[in-house]
Ligand binder design. Structure first.
Ligand SMILES: Nc1ncnc2c1ncn2[C@@H]1O[C@H](COP(=O)(O)OP(=O)(O)OP(=O)(O)O)[C@@H](O)[C@H]1O
Ligand SMILES: [Mg+2]
Length: 264
């Protein structure tokens, strides 16, 4: 066994916690996460979107974020995924084999974030990012292929998931640009769930779906939990929230923005 001197640890791990060693079920820890947007083009006004949010998520949990529009739910998920850099606080996600078994997302190197997204964290946004000329089947299979799964097997698993989500077979070879909102959303969900990530971030994945397909998504979320996934999600409808949540975290509306200093 090699000894890792503490000076060799990444800055995140140095300031990090031993909780991921001591609590094997812990998958994600957010501590006092803050986010302020500075609108440089508009007099440098600061918008406080998150005023300090803390959350532990263990394997098999599904935390549902609730709160009024603008409360910072999407911002929080984007900070967890590393899309937005938090302005303060810490976000740690289990990263097996890393020093102290976790990666500190805030301040992590881009290649570490990309590795974490490939192997650990999946994210489903409300809208599919359509890639021109790439078929729905290949869009869904891509996360498996990027992990080294054979293309045939990846496509087969993509077909199973698309069928489960009632995406008509005739659409599978087509690029989703012309699909309806609900069809695109189901392709997006299939892409987000296919790799069976151990941490899943879901931002209103059912907003454009009918009741039958919402039910399919709720079942898929339940199966992910049974596999031990740790899930944080936002769901616009109460039925889905009740169906999937193991815990609800309420975000309050953010405080007022910082005043404009420029002459009005
Ligand atoms: N990229 C950005 N630049 C500037 N301000 C932003 C940005 N993203 C979000 N905000 C602001 O942060 C606040 C929180 O937005 P966010 O999208 O996180 O809310 P939400 O809780 O997801 O709302 P909704 O329920 O409507 O989706 C809002 O005031 C929003 O205007
Ligand atoms: Mg939102």
């Amino acid at each position: 066994m090699t000894f890792t001197p503490s000076s060799a640890l990444t800055p995140g791990a140095q300031r990090g916690t031993r909780a991921f060693i001591e609590r094997p079920a812990l998958m994600l820890r957010a501590e006092d996460v803050r986010k302020t947007f500075t609108l440089h083009g508009q007099g440098g006004i600061g918008i406080e979107a998150l005023a300090g949010l803390s959350l532990d998520v263990a394997r098999g949990e599904c935390i549902v974020l609730v709160g009024p529009s603008g409360a910072g739910k999407s911002t929080f998920l984007r900070c967890l995924y590393g899309n937005y850099l938090a302005s303060g606080g810490s976000i740690a996600i289990r990263d097996e084999g890393a020093p102290l078994e976790h990666l500190e997302v805030t301040g992590a190197a881009p290649h570490d974030i990309l590795r974490l997204r490939r192997n650990v964290v999946g994210y489903v946004s409300q809208f599919l990012r359509v890639i021109p000329r790439v078929s729905a089947l290949d869009i869904v299979a891509a996360p498996l292929v990027s992990r080294g799964v054979e293309e045939d097997e990846a496509r087969e698993r993509a077909q199973t998931l698309l069928a489960r989500l009632n995406v008509p077979r005739r659409l599978w070879p087509l690029a989703p640009a012309t699909f309806s909102g609900g069809e695109q959303q189901r392709v997006n969900i299939a892409r987000g769930l296919i790799a069976q990530h151990r941490v899943l971030l879901l931002d209103e994945p059912t907003a454009s779906l009918d009741a039958e397909n919402r039910e399919v998504v709720a079942s898929l979320i339940g199966e992910a939990r049974e596999r031990g996934a740790a899930i944080v999600g936002v769901f616009h409808d109460e039925d889905t929230r009740v169906r999937v949540a193991t815990r609800v975290l309420e975000l309050t509306a953010p405080r007022a923005q910082t005043p404009l200093t420029a002459a009005a």
